[in-house]
Write a protein that binds this ligand. Structure first.
Ligand code: BG6
Length: 481
């Protein structure tokens, strides 16, 4: 199977924070891969902008190092040299006037203009103001902003208001990199391009849904950021919420930015407030792998794990709980969504026990694929014995080498910015609605002062999380790669 690459229009992309970690690990390597795939016109410009005082060549050398490290480019890769020729650099003072005229002089009329804010949110307002004030950005320019988009509803509103002073909603691309993952987009294809699942996709047939994003990494090295966020701000308010929306939303009338985002917003607004009994917070502990040490605060009450039972108050989902869990330092890195259907209402096979419920598991990473558990007759004589077997499909096997070679989320998202397609980006009201739901949870934790439950590094999370499920006579799926 050959992937179709449709080149984007000629563009000037300015990366604010170009010397930072995200630019090195994701943005520059992602752009390089899109260039080698033939998607980026050779006339395009990628301009790094940051505080460091350096020239174009120094930035090219820095970018080359990052691309070799993170995109695996060979030392003498001729395409790397061609790509580096697209790069330039302007030292810029985000809070002052230095560098802005120089940046303006580099922008070419007629090209698509995009500005990537890969900087702390506290600088969003300064940069937006200067881009507009110096006439660098115009009505067609796009800005890309990274998460965290606020740390509560009030700060997210304030950020939206700041950006809205200079840019329209159609110009603002709020990144949630989970939406750029191929398999996350696949959730929409599975649901809305097949007739098989949708008739069963509701409370009448679905017993419950489990969404798991388990990581093996801890927070060492980024403890000071993470300790102010915790799993709920870092993962639930954004990535997990997006997964929940894609699973729970109604079919949009069209695969169109506002049609998709309207439906996601309806899901977020239909979320019932969480009861304290429906949430478990955890903190990893263990010799040489301890949250409190990694966070640099022996008294931290920030959670590195959260599990919750979420209810959606609408016709489709009334009575079907969604169980969400995410955490660091768990036993395996795995992200999956499991839809457990209801048991058949009646068994005609008296001697073989009750048939088990069907289960559809969509594996997002690693080993992307789908697995549907169905009941069949156990082979052999001697009556009708039933056995549950998996219909297992790995996308890599089904699609061949091209299927295994999935572009990184950032590659897809940056190309969508240039194309002017906002479908996979969060709208301002969506982000605010997600904070409106998470804020009371965070507030009750802060007021309650209860410590998160400890769990051993390398385990499946705190015992309490098991009880959250047992209480409902259900079990978490095993966390395994
Ligand atoms: C980031 C979080 O947004 O997503 C990290 O800040 C987390 O804490 C990461 O590790 C997970 O992303 P991925 O793509 O590795 O699943």
């Amino acid at each position: 199977m050959v992937s179709r690459v449709i080149p984007v229009d000629d563009f000037d992309l300015v990366i604010f924070g170009a010397t930072g970690d995200l630019a090195h690990r994701k943005i520059l390597p992602g752009l390089f891969r899109r260039f080698t795939a033939g998607q980026i016109p050779a006339s395009s410009q990628i301009i790094g902008a940051a505080r460091t005082d350096q020239d174009d060549d120094a930035f090219r050398a820095e970018a080359a190092k990052a691309i070799r490290e993170y995109a695996g480019a060979a030392e003498d890769d001729p395409q790397l040299a061609e790509f580096l020729a697209l790069l330039g650099y302007v030292p810029i003072d985000a809070k002052g006037e230095g560098g802005w005229q120089e940046l303006k002089s580099r922008m070419r009329p007629g090209a698509v203009h995009a500005f990537y804010f890969s900087v702390a949110p506290s600088l969003f307002g300064d940069i937006a103001e200067r881009l507009a004030g110096h006439g660098i950005a115009d009505d067609d320019s796009r800005i890309v902003v990274e998460k965290p988009f606020g740390r509560d509803l009030a700060s997210a509103r304030a950020l939206n208001a700041t950006l809205a002073q200079h840019f329209t909603e159609q110009q603002i691309y709020r990144i949630d990199h989970y939406l750029g993952k191929e398999t996350v987009q696949n959730l929409m294809a599975v649901r809305f391009a097949n007739v098989l699942f949708e008739p069963l996709w509701n409370a009448q047939y679905v017993d419950h849904v489990q969404i798991t994003v388990a990581e093996t990494v801890g927070v060492a090295g980024r403890g000071s950021y993470y300790d102010k966020s915790g799993a709920i701000r870092d993962m639930v308010q954004n990535h997990m919420m997006q997964l929940l929306c894609l699973i729970a939303m109604e079919p949009p009338y069209h695969f169109d930015p506002d049609a998709v985002r309207d439906e996601k917003l309806k899901v977020i607004r239909a979320l019932e407030p969480l009861e304290p009994a429906d949430i478990v917070r955890g903190q990893y502990q263990g010799e040489g792998s301890d949250y409190l040490t990694d966070a640099g605060d022996a008294d931290s009450r920030t959670e590195s794990y959260v599990a919750m039972k979420v209810r959606i108050s609408n016709w489709r989902w009334q009575g079907t709980p969604f169980y969400l869990r995410t955490g660091k330092k768990l036993r395996a890195r795995t992200s999956e969504i499991a839809i457990t259907f209801k048991e058949p209402p009646h068994s005609i096979f008296d001697d073989s026990g009750h048939p088990k419920a069907n289960e559809l598991v969509i594996r997002l990473q690693p080993n992307e694929g789908m697995n549907l558990k169905v009941m069949i007759k156990e082979p052999g004589p001697g009556g009708m014995r039933l056995v549950q077997v998996p219909l297992d499909m790995s996308f890599a096997d089904a699609l061949g080498p091209e299927g295994a070679d999935m572009p990184d989320a950032y590659e897809r998202l940056i190309m969508d910015v240039i194309r002017g397609n906002q479908t996979l980006f969060m709208r301002g009201d969506e982000v605010e609605a997600a904070w409106a739901w998470t804020d009371p949870i965070i507030k009750s934790w802060e007021e309650g002062k209860r410590r998160p439950e400890p769990y051993d590094s390398g385990s499946s999370g705190p015992e309490e999380a098991l009880r959250l499920m047992h209480r409902d006579n259900r079990r978490w799926r095993e966390i395994r790669a």
